[in-house]
Design a protein around this ligand. Structure first.
Ligand code: ADP
Ligand code: MG
Length: 253
């Protein structure tokens, strides 16, 4: 909670983030770009090369799935795309901004503005209703009550939960909770939605349903979706599948 609030507080300030554009001419069409990215974890004597010289470009409004065996670097790659962490070497451009030029608080602010996160275990606030959970990010940005209600109603409708608005998370099924969590992630209209195993805690029917709604939200909200999954039937809902092996992209890059 504390980190979500403080991260959101950053968004309320008005610091101008300098734009540092990569040279590519298709930059306006690219939401995230990784160039020669390495991520190396040092564990005592041991060095783990979690990502090895990864190049990746994801277009605005693309729907991408990341697949690969356990330990292949999927979560690390998603963390890099979500600028939750910095690469050991290489460059990352988020919507045209070179993140190496930003300090930690500028980076947190950029992340807050550009990225919505969805997790395997929903992470909803148990004492807030579905609608209140969705409206929380908008409340933190002090968006007007009418605007909040309009947006949360639209999102609840899109994910088929207009009759569950006043329910608490404990009164919702797993699939319904994840639909609330996805709606909350999109409340402030970030251009990029990241999801680490969003169906990992759901039965296959609820998982399929989540994918149906993700596809619909992606079209309606014009958002880029990057999702980690280990299930082929979930990944096939994406337009592109990136496959990782031993920290390298072996397909779809
Ligand atoms: P995946 O999500 O595909 O299972 P991860 O990205 O979590 O893979 O991990 C890739 C490799 O990096 C693994 O060998 C893992 O043990 C290692 N790793 C991940 N995070 C850390 C960390 N914080 N410290 C040390 N090693 C890590
Ligand atoms: Mg993982």
């Amino acid at each position: 909670m504390a980190s979500v609030v403080s991260e959101n507080l950053y968004r309320m300030t008005t610091l101008q983030i300098s734009q540092d554009l990569p040279e590519d001419d298709d930059v306006s069409n690219t939401i995230i770009e990784l160039k020669n990215v390495w991520k190396i974890y040092q564990l005592g004597e041991t060095e783990v090369q979690a990502l090895r010289d990864v190049d990746l470009k994801i277009k605005k409004e693309e729907f991408v799935a990341i697949m690969g065996p356990s330990g292949s670097g999927k979560s690390t790659l998603l963390h890099m795309i979500g600028v939750l962490d910095r690469p050991t070497s290489g460059k990352i451009y988020l919507d045209g901004t070179d993140i190496s030029k930003l300090n930690d608080s500028e980076l947190a602010r950029l992340r807050g503005k550009k990225i919505g996160f969805v997790f395997q275990f929903f992470n909803l606030y148990p004492t807030l209703s579905a609608r209140e959970n969705i409206e929380l990010p908008m409340r933190i940005l002090k968006r007007h009550r009418d605007e909040r209600e309009k947006k949360s109603s639209k999102l609840l409708k899109t994910v088929g939960l207009e009759n569950r608005a006043e329910h608490l998370p404990s009164q919702l099924s797993g699939g319904e909770r994840q639909r609330v969590a996805i709606s909350r992630a999109l409340a402030n209209d970030p251009p990029l939605l990241l999801a680490d195993e969003p169906t990992g805690n759901l039965d296959s029917k609820s998982g399929e349903e989540i994918m149906k709604f993700l596809n619909k939200l992606q079209e309606e909200e014009k958002v880029t979706v990057v999702m980690v999954t280990h299930e082929e039937h979930i990944a096939k809902h994406a337009e592109r599948i990136i496959r990782l092996k031993d920290g390298k992209i072996v397909d779809g890059g």
